[in-house]
Design a protein around this ligand. Structure first.
Ligand code: TYM
Length: 331
């Protein structure tokens, strides 16, 4: 069973990314499947990052930051292939072939494109075709399973549609992948506006908890988070989105079920609950930050990325040879 997923190197990797995606990456690398263990590929998707202008020096640092975070959260390079997207030319090559099999109407319906390009007459073409590059990432490795947060659901559907379209024309060119979403954590909302998802790019730093935040920042963001005037710790997505989001985060970080969190905090006020949540978050993130600080400057990180790119290129080259054969490309 092949697994593929990616994270954009935009800095500020937050607990939404962790709870929706990275946590699954770690679990899946130990998943037993008939004939052995799952084979995961975890990529730092820097080609996706340049759909909006990026400072080059900063981008390269961010690439290494995200790769180091992968290892810090527990991805084991002996079990998983960790690499940087632009080190494998097959991603961009296959994307072109897929673009020729994707309709502009399909891309126009992508909600992320609509949100990001709103009011911008001159949005880059890369922002529009971004989901095709994502489909290429997945299909290049014959991936069966793609662990992601809920916001990527529409992109996974598009990937499946394109794969099925090509298969209908030629036969079994691509493996048709499945998205994998966690129940708690697939949709972590912003702390200052629980109706919007927690995002790396939101201006208000207190809207998110980044994995590398210090204790004071974590406490401040949680204590200032938006709740309501009812005063009870109760899961109710419709009427209490702020408290519900905090319960979800508590549950996902502590391993307690949502019901257990509700029971534990019956009759307790928001201040005390938030205090405890801050401690839960600090306990969960401190070891990650400590490992990150060790791994980030190490030579080992560079070696992991070199080996990862080599392995990824091997698989990618095989897929590209197959795809070129079907489409009649090359000699
Ligand atoms: P990115 O970098 O925005 O986010 C990385 C992962 O984190 C998840 N995520 C969330 N989960 C829960 N709550 C949130 N608030 C939240 N915010 C983000 C995302 O769903 C994602 O799983 N296009 C992708 C990167 C990508 C990719 C791929 C993913 C490129 N190619 C191929 C899977 C397979 C993106 O921008 O994720």
């Amino acid at each position: 069973m092949r697994i593929f997923s990616g994270v954009q190197p935009t800095g500020n990797i937050h607990i939404g990314n962790y709870l929706g995606a990275l946590r699954q990456f770690v679990e899946l690398q130990d998943e037993a499947v008939p004939g052995g263990r799952a084979e995961p590929f975890y990529c730092v998707v820097d080609l996706h990052a340049i759909t909006v202008p990026k400072d080059p020096a900063q981008l390269r640092e961010n690439n290494l930051d995200v790769a180091a975070l992968y290892l810090a959260v527990g991805i084991d390079p002996k079990k998983s292939t960790v690499f940087i997207q632009s080190d494998v030319p097959g991603h961009a090559e296959l994307a072109w072939v897929l673009m020729c099999n994707t309709y502009t109407g399909e891309l126009s319906r992508m909600t992320q494109f609509k949100e990001k390009s709103r009011g911008n007459e001159s949005a880059p073409a890369g922002l529009f075709t971004y989901p095709v590059l994502m489909a290429s990432d997945i299909l290049l490795y014959d991936s069966d399973v793609v662990p992601v947060g809920h916001d990527q659901k529409q992109h996974i559907e598009l990937c499946r549609d394109v794969a099925i379209r090509v298969n209908n024309r030629f036969g079994d060119v691509f493996v048709v992948p499945e998205g994998r979403f966690l129940k708690e954590g697939a949709r972590v909302m912003s702390l200052d506006n629980p109706l919007a998802k927690m995002s790396k790019s939101a201006e208000n730093q207190l809207s998110r908890i980044s994995l590398l935040d210090d204790e004071a920042k974590i406490r401040k963001a949680i204590m200032k988070s938006t709740t309501d005037s009812e005063g009870s710790i109760r899961y109710d997505l419709e009427n209490k989105p702020g408290v519900t989001n905090l319960i979800n985060i508590y549950s996902a970080l502590s391993g307690l079920s949502v019901e257990a969190v509700e029971r534990k905090y019956e009759g307790v006020g928001y201040g005390a609950f938030k205090n405890d949540l801050a401690e839960v978050a600090i306990d969960a993130l401190t070891p990650i930050k400590k490992r990150f600080d060790e791994i980030r400057p190490s030579e080992e990180l560079k070696a992991v990325l070199r080996d990862g790119a080599e392995r990824a290129n091997e698989i990618a080259a095989r897929t590209m040879a197959r795809v070129k054969g079907y489409f009649g490309l090359g000699k």
